[in-house]
Design a protein around this ligand. Structure first.
Ligand code: PGA
Length: 250
């Protein structure tokens, strides 16, 4: 059966010391539960935080990005192989901030997904629509296109390494969360796409996370939905009490 996952995407926040303190506070207060907890710090803290989490079976670390290329003259880039060599479990691919700021297309993201899987990294693959796409009722087609063009080239075996995060762009960092109905509608739609492409078995076993202003007050309602298996948390993951409250929302 699929896992419940709460992942903290720190983005470009927290120095090394601040990050280590936050991880200590969360690990020291983790409830006994089956929810998998994921920390996604910056590259520089990955190795150290990975070591800190080593003894916790249900705590994993994620990189926030990886290069589309394997190696070579790409100044400033970090390859999936390098990330994997630091005992990292996941890489986040397709976040809307990278799509917008760094012009990452669906085709580029498909290459990144391939690099991650070649190096035995699991992927948290993000998809999401803009407010205008939602208002124009184009949001379902848009999400389908993002998935088809970046992950549906994978085999049924490979897709098992993918966690999907639905993050409506209009909800990210805005304090405006999707309603439980809006989120559930999209999650059920995504699960249905997985069933059509890969069969029921894959669909029921794939974790689909919600992201976008998820916080301690709305997490319970969201996580109670049939097809919502946890969250990708930005702002609220930077504070141990809030992040723990979200972990406890299951
Ligand atoms: P937010 O970010 O929780 O701050 O809205 C979520 C995300 O971008 O993953």
């Amino acid at each position: 059966m699929r896992k419940n996952i709460v992942a903290g995407n720190w983005k470009m926040n927290l120095t090394r010391d601040e990050g280590l303190l936050l991880v200590e506070q969360v690990l020291g207060n983790l409830p006994k539960q089956n929810t998998q907890v994921v920390f996604a710090p910056n590259y520089l803290s990955l190795y150290k935080i990975g070591k800190m989490c080593n003894n916790y079976e249900n705590v994993k670390v994620a990189a926030q990005n990886c290069s589309r290329d394997s190696k070579g003259a790409f100044t400033g880039e970090v390859s999936a192989e390098m990330i994997a060599s630091c005992s990292v479990d996941y890489v986040i691919i397709g976040h809307s901030e990278r799509r917008a700021e760094f012009k990452e297309s669906n085709a580029v993201l498909a290459e990144k997904v391939n690099r991650a899987l070649e190096n035995n990294l699991k992927v948290i693959f993000c998809c999401g629509e803009s407010l205008s796409q939602r208002e124009e009722m184009a949001y379902l087609d848009w999400i389908k296109q993002q998935l088809v063009e970046s992950v549906f080239h994978l085999s049924a075996e490979q897709i098992k390494e993918i966690v999907i995060a639905y993050e409506p762009i209009w909800a990210i960092g805005t304090g405006k969360t999707a309603s439980t109905e809006q989120a559930q509608e999209m999650h059920a739609f995504i699960r249905n796409l997985l069933a059509e492409k890969y069969g029921e078995q894959v669909a029921v076993n794939t974790s689909i996370l919600y992201g976008g202003s998820c916080n301690p007050s709305n997490a319970k309602g969201l996580f109670a939905q049939q097809d919502i298996d946890g969250g990708l948390i930005g702002g609220a993951s930077l504070n141990a009490a809030d992040f723990l409250a979200i972990i406890n929302a299951f």
